[in-house]
Design a protein around this ligand. Structure first.
Ligand code: SF4
Ligand code: SF4
Length: 339
């Protein structure tokens, strides 16, 4: 049976590809960038032992800065298509320019030269919708695959890692995230590893949805500020909509204890577990500069918080804690996710 999603029992079983127990997927996400999500994920990677890392923050990947991957496999990522005009067939009728809603087609009249007038497509503006190709009376437009980025399989001191790089101004980050997750699960299956640890994308957009859909558990990292509360609620509502069990971790909780209490209370109202509190500590910055995970750099303080949080997450994954059941009341619907 595929995609065994036992919603009400909290933790999902994931995708079964064989008789063995499939790897669980823990995805670390946040409502916005800069909450410390990747720093936490890197420490969890150091603590996890038997895990495959998946950097699904493909728009701004940075887990590799700590994990220092040694790339074993490098592949182009082709996620979309783009229109290309064959000037030898184009009659310059102009229909495609009129139909393109993205103003991606322009006159390419060479102006009195030996070449006939035609149209050209701005590759940065073309969204690949295919309308121009469909309606071109001369069949002069072809939709051609576009390389949007690259993906990699690497080895790190924490274990195997799948990561990617989306090209500048490129689309289809959601597809790339799905590809990274699929490859990470395949590697976990091949090597008999029981966990895929995902550094997810921030926000509530397409790459985040691709990061969390079907995951065993989402850890929402937030900060003790009003925007941190708002962002936590948005991403928690998203996780609930996709029926992904979620837990919350307040990073730098001691900078505003009252707000940390409020965030945790709101998280409880939504049926989320509290994964732990992580204090503010300049050691986090020093660890980054040293290219290390915080738990590799320090033993106590912040590193201790992270170890305790990791133990809690491991326990939730192992037990399928019923306290992690997500409330699917209407208040948690996607309509709660405001831009
Ligand atoms: S619709 Fe076709 S023939 Fe007409 S201008 Fe566009 S590419 Fe050329
Ligand atoms: S594929 Fe769509 S966006 Fe691209 S040029 Fe044609 S009509 Fe415009």
């Amino acid at each position: 049976m595929n995609s065994l999603v036992n919603i009400r029992s909290g933790i999902r079983s994931g995708i079964r590809s064989g008789p063995e127990r499939p790897a669980k997927e823990l995805v670390v996400i946040s409502g916005k960038g800069g909450t410390g999500k990747t720093s936490l994920a890197a420490s969890f990677a150091a603590l996890a032992g038997k895990a495959v890392l998946a950097d699904c923050d493909v728009d701004a990947a940075d887990l590799h800065l700590v994990a220092a991957p040694r790339i074993l496999r490098r592949e182009p990522f082709t996620g979309g298509k783009q229109a290309v005009i064959d000037p030898s067939l184009c009659t310059d009728c102009g229909q495609c320019e009129d139909l393109c809603r993205f103003q991606a087609i322009h006159s390419n009249d060479p102006g009195g030269s030996a070449w006939p007038a035609t149209r050209r497509i701005d590759p940065l503006a073309c969204e690949g919708c295919g309308v121009c190709a469909w309606f071109c009376p001369a069949r002069a437009i072809q939709m051609t695959p576009v390389v949007n980025g690259e993906w990699f399989v690497s080895e790190t001191r924490f274990g195997p890692m799948v990561h990617a790089r989306l090209g500048a101004a490129q689309e289809n980050s959601g597809k790339l995230v799905s590809l990274v997750r699929t490859m990470a699960k395949e590697i976990a299956s091949e090597r008999g590893l029981d966990l895929v640890l995902i550094d997810g994308s921030p926000g509530v957009g397409c790459p985040v949805i691709a990061s969390i859909t079907g995951a065993s558990l989402a850890l929402v990292v937030t900060e003790p500020t009003p925007s941190g509360l708002h962002d936590m609620e948005r991403v928690a509502a998203l996780a609930a909509h996709f029926r992904v069990p979620a837990a919350v971790c307040v990073n730098k909780w001691d900078l505003n204890e009252a707000m940390s209490n409020l965030i945790e209370a709101k998280a409880r109202e939504r049926g989320m577990s509290l994964a732990g509190r992580v204090r503010y500590d300049p050691a986090a910055t020093r660890a980054q500069i040293a290219g290390k995970a915080i738990v590799e750099y320090a033993r106590d303080g912040l590193a201790g918080d992270l170890r305790r949080t990791w133990q809690g997450l491991r326990q939730m994954l192992a037990e399928g804690d019923s306290a992690m059941e997500v409330s699917f009341a209407p208040k948690n619907s996607l309509w709660d996710v405001k831009a």
